[in-house]
Ligand binder design. Structure first.
Ligand SMILES: Nc1ncnc2c1ncn2[C@@H]1O[C@H](COP(=O)(O)OP(=O)(O)OP(=O)(O)O)[C@@H](O)[C@H]1O
Length: 655
């Protein structure tokens, strides 16, 4: 903190500071000119004259109409530009920006040729609706909208672009229709950007001159706004022009001051890390989840979509595209989805949600085929990484979101949400915003929100990734308790072997989008089907070819094993780190596999030490020993050791 402050106080280089100061002086000089030349004594008279008050009234009318029109047309346009890919999009974006760079008088000419009496659309407007824009206030509104709307569109498009899609996707997965998502999540989250854009739009419309005078003329009381007044007054009464300019200047400054700090707008989006507020708050990670006598989902009548009598949902999915796999699971099954980076875990989840074109899932949940339903009608709830709690809603309203989207009355939805928050041990935080929750608390609220929506399939994307080790253990315990009673199937994407083994009934190992192994954790632990899975589970896994006495590795090293596979079978030799013994000198006696090696790395793993050994004879080998044994052997990085592994300690897994 101190360091960053002293860094900002450091004297700036003269080569940059000097032109920067000149720029400030350049911008300031005209404003000082207005202030210096204002006849302060006559200011009141100038600003209260009938012409000026009339022009001010007209300016306010025109600018607010222009703002209204810009909001009406510009908000959907900004949304379209930021969210939909369509041909000619960059052309449309250039079109939006054009009025900002076009000389306003040219804009006025263009408006005349488009909407004027002899323009392309003018005659039709006149004949059909009796609307004539030039020389009417409506013309001034059109001119102001033309030049001001781009400010709204680019501000809002920027804010929308900065919004992580996971918020809107989560809202859809909770059952909200696209329009509801827009109103309840998108708009509130981009509110600062929208407000900044609206204020700029209004200020620009208020100051509009060139397009207005060219298109709508300069008729007192009809199209003569304040900037046009200034132009006229400059010829007849320069002091009055200065006073009116000061008024416009004051309004512009007021807008900018009101916008201070909002330029970087965007939503207050939190990551998974605990906020400072949360750090001060009584953290709940140590609270055990309350024991639940009955963890069934809330009453069925809360769920308008549930077919009567259906209490649980199996999963049948056939996924094609990047992922090629078939998945079947009985209700209540928790499946850990694991695999290397890029194996297709997230793509699988998104395919089940109906949120990606990269893979397609034929999906049946219980007796219902949801394949052709949009994401918000599938009953598939998603908890993305870091939870994606809506930052503008409290924990309670976040949790009630899915029920409200599904039509549950507000009071009932809130009562049910409170029940779920209580069940997950965060009921007392119901009225906090996500920014006031710690990472662990936020994860519990995100889980409560997903469960409260009564999904038929629950997808958790690395639910514990953002948490520290202690919190992780507690939240894992909570998760296990609550998943135990979930009446559908739950898929958990994880990179954490402990999470996979301790939470799941099955481990689905993906490789290149396909199933490499789909088995109970004990089976995967005992017989990992790939070196990657073995390594993930902390085991050594050496690929080779089986023969009569064991396995021959690619480099020719032979490993003797107690069990044998048919000659020529491609297989993995799985060696647990605890079964690797280390010696100072070449051991004699029963072990059949003995190689020399060099210690490359020693790291702590719980109460034991993990030793990485490299050798010319074998692939890298991990051994795990007690610190006491390490001290006895006086192990240091770089030291030479002998490793030995009993033939009975090696498992062969055919590939
Ligand atoms: N929008 C996309 N367009 C093109 N390719 C993509 C897109 N999203 C992901 N991919 C690619 O698809 C593959 C699978 O990605 P996916 O995100 O599903 O992997 P993952 O298993 O979740 O990885 P990680 O563990 O890194 O999160 C990767 O090769 C990735 O580069």
């Amino acid at each position: 903190m101190t360091r960053s402050r002293s860094r900002t106080r450091r004297r700036p280089p003269v080569a940059l500071a000097l032109p920067a100061l000149l720029a400030i002086a350049f911008l300031l000089m005209p404003l000082l000119g207005i202030l210096a030349r204002t006849s302060w004594g006559e200011l009141g008279t100038h600003l209260t004259g009938p012409d000026v008050t009339e022009a001010l009234r007209l300016s306010l009318v025109v600018s607010f109409w222009a703002l209204g029109l810009s909001l009406l047309l510009g908000v959907p346009l900004a949304w379209l530009l930021s969210r939909v890919d369509f041909p000619g999009k960059s052309l449309v974006r250039s079109l939006v920006l054009l009025p900002m760079v076009l000389p306003p008088t040219v804009g006025g000419v263009a408006l005349l040729l488009g909407f004027g009496r002899r323009g392309l659309l003018g005659p039709w407007l006149e004949n059909t609706f009796g609307i004539t824009l030039p020389f009417h206030t409506s013309g001034a509104v059109v001119a102001a909208t033309f030049v001001a709307m781009p400010f709204l569109v680019i501000s809002l498009e920027g804010a929308l672009g900065g919004l992580r899609p996971s918020y809107e996707e989560t809202a859809a997965s909770l059952g909200a229709s696209p329009f509801r998502v827009f109103l309840t999540v998108t708009l509130p989250m981009v509110a600062p950007g929208l407000a900044a854009g609206a204020a700029l739009t209004w200020a620009r419309a208020l100051g509009e001159f060139g397009a207005t005078i060219t298109f709508a003329g300069n008729l007192p009381g009809t199209t003569q706004t304040l900037p046009l007044q200034v132009y006229l007054l400059l010829q007849d009464s320069p002091e009055a022009a200065t006073s009116v300019s000061l008024l416009l200047l004051a309004i512009a400054m007021a807008v900018l001051i009101a916008l201070r700090g909002r330029w970087t707008g965007g939503a207050s989006v939190r990551g998974g890390a605990p906020s400072p507020a949360a750090a001060d708050s009584p953290a709940l990670e140590t609270d055990p989840a309350p024991a639940l006598p009955d963890h069934s989902a809330p009453p069925k009548d809360d769920d308008p979509k549930s077919p009567a009598g259906e209490q649980s949902w199996s999963l049948d999915a056939e996924v094609t595209g990047f992922n090629e796999l078939i998945l079947h699971a009985e209700p209540g099954t928790t499946i850990a989805v694991v695999g290397e980076n890029g194996a297709g875990k997230t793509t699988l989840l998104r395919a089940l949600l109906g949120l990606t074109d990269r893979a397609h899932a034929t999906l049946r949940l219980g007796t219902t085929d949801v394949t052709d339903l949009p994401p918000h009608k599938r009953g598939v709830a998603w908890v993305p990484q870091a939870g994606a709690l809506f930052p503008h809603l409290t924990a309670l309203t976040n949790t009630a979101y899915g029920l409200r989207a599904q039509g549950t009355p507000r009071a009932q939805a809130r009562a049910t949400a409170q029940t779920w928050l209580d069940r997950l041990g965060v009921g007392h935080l119901a009225h906090r915003k996500p920014a006031q929750l710690s990472g662990g608390q936020a994860q519990r609220v995100a889980l409560a929100r997903a469960l409260a929506a009564q999904p038929r399939l629950l997808l958790l994307d690395e639910p514990l990734a953002a948490l520290d080790q202690t919190t992780r253990a507690h939240v894992r315990h909570t998760l296990r308790t609550h998943l135990a009673g979930f009446p559908g199937v739950c898929l958990i994407v994880t990179h954490d072997p402990v999470e996979a083994v301790s939470l799941a009934d099955r481990v689905l190992v993906l490789h290149d989008g396909r199933t490499l192994q789909d088995a109970p954790p004990t089976e995967v632990t005992r017989h990992p089907r790939s070196p990657w899975v073995a390594r993930m589970l902390g085991r050594n896994a050496w690929p080779g070819t089986a023969d009569a006495t064991g396995l021959t590795l690619a480099n020719g090293t032979h490993i003797t094993t107690a069990e044998q596979l048919p000659d020529g079978t491609k297989a993995l030799a799985i060696i647990t780190p605890e079964s690797v013994a280390l010696h100072h000198t070449r051991p004699t006696g029963s072990p059949r596999n003995i190689w020399p090696g060099t210690i490359r790395e020693i790291t702590a793993s719980g109460s034991r030490l993990r030793i990485l050994i490299t050798s010319d004879h074998t692939p890298d080998l991990i051994a795990e020993i007690t610190p006491h044994a390490a001290a006895d052997l006086r192990l240091t990085e770089g030291a030479t050791v002998w490793t030995s592994i009993k033939a009975t300690e090696i498992t062969l897994v055919s590939l």
